[in-house]
Design a protein around this ligand. Structure first.
Ligand code: WT7
Length: 654
């Protein structure tokens, strides 16, 4: 058997860039040629979009792989590049952040304001004893102070470790301990689903087990009561009274900018380390190129939380380095109603929207009439990140949010890559729904078989990166060996971080999900993503998750958990008829080999807090095992719903 990963899904729809966007695009097709001609010179030109206080001597030092050094000898300050230089250029009055709190309170923060706030925070952190090289944990809701805290750390050379505000005391404890953080910046709480939700008690519990923590800096957001100790300091007392003057010092291009932990679902979280010059270069360039940002006229909105890498690179560092005006929203998409996002797009005349497939599929489930009730005519570009986007979800996004006119850019990258790696260029690429298309200029991605040989067009296998890139992770904090073992050992000299992919007949790339999730059915490697996309292409389906369950005849058999669209009748025989129809639909779309053994109609799917489906738990259900670790699950009641449906559901064998 020669196949590495079957290529089942065929897609013929094409969407060329709108003529007006192409005519004025920030990046044109010649970028691919100039990067191919001299990759390092290309990245040096992109680094030149930033202000450096000392020029580098060497673009890349790759003499000790996989430990890269970019822009060796160069010095710059990240916060200066995100703030001071825009103010100095006369853009102090430009809005940096239109902030919307969940309860409806708002703030408008200009670049001059953000610089003043960041300078105050930098002065206050310095007064609290934080110096360059120290680690600072940030555990905040989606309030402007989260961005200010990150920028203030960057400004004084402290390395931040943002921990998502939904994580538990244990998760926070582990991350603080792993990085030996000195200070935590938090809030009394934040607003979520219409209620104040406390953060400070979680910090108190964590800090009790973290002797390295000297100070806890607390933003007052909800006004709820908090326990107080000597190490605690109010933000409004320490920061808002500090001087708004602060001179930024330049740091080495390889100075550690931040650590961000990725939660391997089972193992100890990995502290992904990013540094200064290369990271900012690629975050800023990709934001400019992929979103075609025009700082004078665009209103950009990335719906991610600042606790994920998307929030780091595409709320804080990329957009601010480019002088963008952006919207930042504190809350959830269904509070106080399911049209909240579209109301905000309308209110702020958002032009560029960057969100995740899980959100798009949720909106599909809620129904087309919700976006239709709002004026979305300001939008000109749509982006997606975080998971493979099913072709039908892509089309729904373009039609229902983008009026059938906006280009959709499906962007592939990881916490580890720091910035976008594979994506269409909106003024250049004719897109295909569901494909991330090509590596960006200056990036060399490939798909290889298990012998590390590049697969031909039409073939599937492992997605690898062949050359170092400026925003690459530099190591796993405190564990160089784990860095080498995790990412650089599967294939000699290649970076591999676990995703399967295929090249279509044109050589364009399709992400097929994690290779751990690939199913082996009667000797064929079938990607969960392709079967899920086939299910979502049926008009009655909003979302699907597919797993391989042990099967005595086929090795593994395909089991699908499917969420019907809002209006679909699934009671009794209607449900059974739908299941039969869906099995046929998959068989017709992908071939009989991909026909699910079993389909379950479920109200919800288990997801991590960043919205990725937890197939591991579904595999437990499909194989009738007791559930494994559910601590990273967003809503654990979901599993009860699914398990009870599984026990009562028909297992409709052929
Ligand atoms: C993993 C990385 C990168 C920011 C958010 C996630 C999956 C991400 C795509 C995409 C298919 C995607 C991959 C990747 N992923 N974007 N456009 N198409 N899959 O960061 O939490 O580090 O997750 O997300 O599996 O490896 P992360």
């Amino acid at each position: 058997m020669s196949e590495t990963l079957a290529n089942l899904l065929q897609e013929t729809r094409r969407f060329p860039p709108p003529a007006d966007l192409a005519a004025a695009a920030n990046v044109t097709a010649d970028a691919y040629d100039s990067a191919a001609e001299d990759r390092l010179a290309f990245w040096a030109r992109q680094a030149g979009r930033l202000d450096w206080s000392t020029e580098w001597d060497q673009i890349l030092d790759w003499s000790n792989p996989p430990f890269a050094k970019w822009f060796v000898g160069g010095k710059l300050n990240v916060a200066y590049n995100c703030l001071d230089r825009h103010v100095a250029a006369g853009h102090g009055d430009r809005v940096a952040i239109h902030w919307e709190g969940e309860p409806g309170d708002t703030r408008t923060i200009t670049y001059a304001d953000l610089l003043a706030m960041t300078s105050q925070a930098a002065n206050a952190l310095t007064d609290l004893g934080v110096t360059a090289g120290d680690r600072v944990a940030i555990y905040l809701p989606m309030i402007p102070e989260a961005a200010v805290a990150m920028l203030a750390c960057a400004r004084i050379g402290a390395t931040h470790s943002v921990v998502f505000g939904g994580f538990s005391a244990d998760a926070l404890t582990n991350r603080i301990q792993d990085a030996s953080a000195k200070v935590v910046i938090t809030a009394d709480g934040g607003f979520r689903r219409g209620k104040p939700s406390a953060l400070k008690p979680t910090v108190d519990e964590a800090v009790a087990k973290c002797p390295t923590i000297e100070r806890v800096l607390v933003v007052r957001r909800t006004g709820q009561d908090v326990a107080w100790s000597d190490r605690d300091v109010w933000w409004h007392e320490a920061v808002e009274t500090a001087s708004t003057e602060h001179t930024a010092e330049a740091f080495d291009a390889e100075h550690p900018l931040f650590i961000l932990y990725t939660s391997g679902t089972t193992a100890k979280p990995k502290g992904i380390l990013h540094t200064t010059g290369g990271y900012l270069t690629q975050a800023a360039y990709t934001h400019h190129a992929v979103f075609d940002l025009k700082p004078e006229s665009d209103v950009y909105w990335c719906t991610a939380d600042i606790g994920w890498v998307t929030g780091h690179s595409y709320i804080v560092y990329g957009p601010l380095a480019n002088g963008a005006t952006q919207l930042m929203y504190e809350g959830t998409p269904d509070t106080p109603h399911k049209g909240r996002f579209w109301e905000l797009v309308q209110k702020h005349k958002v032009t560029i929207l960057y969100t995740a497939p899980t959100l798009i599929r949720t909106m599909m489930k809620w129904g087309d009439d919700i976006p239709r009730g709002h004026d979305l005519s300001s939008l000109r570009l749509l982006g997606s990140v975080g998971e493979p986007i099913n072709p039908e979800a892509w089309i729904w996004y373009r039609e229902n949010i983008g009026r059938g006119e906006c280009p959709v850019v499906d962007t592939w990258w990881q916490t580890e890559t720091g910035a976008i790696m594979i994506s269409p260029l909106p003024g250049v690429t004719s897109t295909k729904p569901g494909s991330a298309m090509r590596p960006l200029p200056g990036i060399s991605a490939d798909v290889v078989d298990d012998q590390a040989q590049s697969v031909p067009d039409g073939g599937g296998g492992f997605l690898v990166l062949r050359e170092p890139w400026p925003s690459m992770l530099r190591t796993i904090w405190g564990d160089d060996q784990r860095f080498v073992d995790t990412y650089w050992s599967r294939f000699e000299g290649l970076y591999f971080a676990g995703d399967g992919a295929k090249k279509d007949d044109d050589g364009d790339l399709w992400l097929l999900g994690r290779v751990d999730d690939v199913m082996l059915v009667s000797g064929h490697n079938i990607s969960t993503t392709e079967v899920e996309s086939a299910l979502v292409s049926h008009p009655s389906v909003a979302e699907a998750a597919v797993v391989g369950a042990t099967d005595p005849t086929t090795g593994q058999a395909i089991v699908a958990f499917t969420i019907p669209r809002g209006s679909v009748d699934t009671e009794g025989s209607a449900g059974e008829a739908l299941i039969a129809e869906l099995r046929e639909h998959v068989s017709k779309t992908l071939g009989p080999i991909a026909k699910p053994r079993q389909i379950l109609l479920v109200p919800e799917l288990p997801k991590t807090r960043s919205g990725k489906i937890m197939r591991r738990l579904l595999r437990d259900v499909a194989e009738n095992r007791s559930l494994g670790d559910v601590t990273t699950l967003q809503d654990s009641s979901v599993m009860d719903l699914i398990s009870s449906g599984m026990r009562s559901g028909k297992s409709d064998e052929d």
